[in-house]
Design a protein around this ligand. Sequence first.
Ligand code: 5AD
Ligand code: SF4
Length: 472
Amino acid sequence: MNLPDLKEAKIRTKKEIKIIRDDYKVPHDMKTIGKNKKYYLKTYGCQMNVHDSENIKAILEDMSFSEAMEMEDADIILLNTCAIRENAHNKMFGFLGRVKHLKHSKPDVICGICGCMAQEESVVDDIKSKYRWVDIVFGTHNIHKLPEILKESIDNKKQEIEVYSIEGDVYEGIPIKRDSKYKAWVNIQYGCDKFCTYCIVPYTRGKQRSRMPVDIINEVKDLVNNGYKEVTLLGQNVNAYGKDLNINYTMSDLLEETAKTGIERIRFVTSHPWDFDDKMIDIIAKYDNIMPYIHLPLQSGSDRILKLMGRRYTKEKYLELFNKIKKNIPNCSITTDIIVAFPGETIEDFNDTLDVVNTCKFDSAFTFIYSPRIGTPAAKMKNDLTIEEKNDRLYKLNEVVNKYANEANQKYMGKIVKVLIEAPSEKSGKLMGYTDTMKLVNVEASEEYLGKIVDVEITDVKTWSLDGKLID
Ligand code: 5AD
Ligand code: SF4
């Protein structure tokens, strides 16, 4: 049993990161363990988790399991969890209640927990004491060990917990079953060293480890050869890409090399304003296949709160960067993340945030009430705000954010835009896709257009989506 340890997870040494390129193989005795059996994988949280789930699915299928659409049909149920806020915790424990219920009627069902919550000491302590019936727990650093962990649990018929708090290595060649045939997530970097004071990610995902450029570019080239139209380069703080490699190669170099592979669309998330340099702006502006869309988390518009958050920029610096991007990248859409009710946030601080939103008029924003995360510095800060005040600030912020999201969308009315048609839309019965600026468009079109980048005329505009018709 290997348990997570928050203190250990915080350590950052100069130890060289290992790149493990061993040919990934499921152990021989686990190859058919899932024959005639099904798995159900529930994914919470960010794109990083969605992408990890693509690896987990492929590993399970290498063990001969097939995917179940309903939890009730599964022989193994895995929850890939998120630790970013309290409500992500609550959702996962809520779901776990349903799994426990199922276990009463189907006692042989295996239940596993992985992802960021598995890296949290307090969560694993709870699972060990109150959720003894959970069969396996593994962390973000050892997804590749799933077959071995599963085997131990089956052989020993006891709870198997295997979570490393190590800084982490880089594993190449873990199998993958991608959710889409047209757009792909490509990890460029794991972990985060920024340690914003509210954030649990540097503890759950470990030290910043960039993949080598050659591995990333080869993956993108493979995707191009397999007909993929879009890649999203993924990392917690992509602008710091390469800084840990000591090879004098930065995010702008990577973007340029990716652009030269000829892939039709390139996106990247998430950017930290601190590492966003001028060269990057130039490269994004220079290449048509780097999409004019940037997610640029603000978090707060108050210098005092930004300092308490450990964000390393001021309101003025953020606005300077924002304006530089808007000036140099025509039509660039910019979205953001904002936290309200951080410990000690006064009404003046909150008004500073509103002020930035009113200045930037973001295309859209993800807004959150601050949620204390055990072990982070902010969790020890005093927070006197009442629930009503917190909700009130979120409500006011959302009103302003929605107004600008709607205004930004209105500008598309009657315009002709390029859309990568990617899937049937669950709600509208049409097909859906995104513009280069990341606007969701529902399009009346037949399925032959799936996977194609087409011209669409926008015929109706809503706050969170656009409707359009194909232009032949
Ligand atoms: N409370 C609320 N929001 C948080 N985020 C990260 N940590 C917390 C927290 N403890 C938000 C930030 C980040 C986004 C992914 O989640 O805005 O950019
Ligand atoms: Fe968390 Fe800050 Fe790292 Fe983003 S940059 S993952 S908010 S610590």
